[in-house]
Ligand binder design. Sequence first.
Ligand code: SAM
Length: 215
Amino acid sequence: MTEQERMRDYLLSLEPDVDPLCGEIAEDAITREIPIIRRETAAFLAVLTAMKRPGAILELGTAVGYSAIWMAGAAPDGCGITTIEKDARRAAEARENIRRAGLADRITVICADAQEVLPTLEEGSYGMIFLDAAKGQYGRWLPMLLRLLAPGGLLAADNVLQDGTVLESRFAVKRRDRTIHARMRDFLWEIKHCEQLQAAVVPVGDGVAVAVKKR
Ligand code: SAM
């Protein structure tokens, strides 16, 4: 076991039990190989949400609603969450999980391609955006996300370290992964050098990029 794995195991051992419904949703998603945020990422996302106290949250990539339910648990009363999922079966499951969690009045699932939905949303209307859909599209969506974020708004993007492969040279990456590898590196460079953003890359879970839109 590497030092990094030991550290992860130790940190995970500190995590309290999640509520039973969240635990059930996560276990079922993992069994069916539906990708969801890792346990430590969920804890980090909840802290970000509690610190930011957004009036409205936008999520890209709902899957079965797990991360949206986590954010709702940490968000202030009255904060609505809009979450976009292009897979109709997953969107339907997410709606059912959200209903079971008693959050149907706070979380709205839009079943569509985020690329088509983003231009239709209102400028500056989100205090927080969680980006967790097609990893190769992060850079392409960034200008639209900047338009949607309120001044002082927080952007968090998951899986930016790509299981560690992001630090490898393109020649060390399998040919089929080279496009996403290059795009993720471009995205990280972009957010770190964007004049509108204050950004940091945090090596929690599979890596979360966090950026605040300057006022
Ligand atoms: N955030 C979820 C969670 O942690 O519970 C996991 C999301 S999963 C990593 C990514 C999801 O994004 C998949 O369910 C996939 O179908 C969806 N997706 C991929 N590309 C998309 C797009 N262009 N528009 C909307 N959803 C997309």
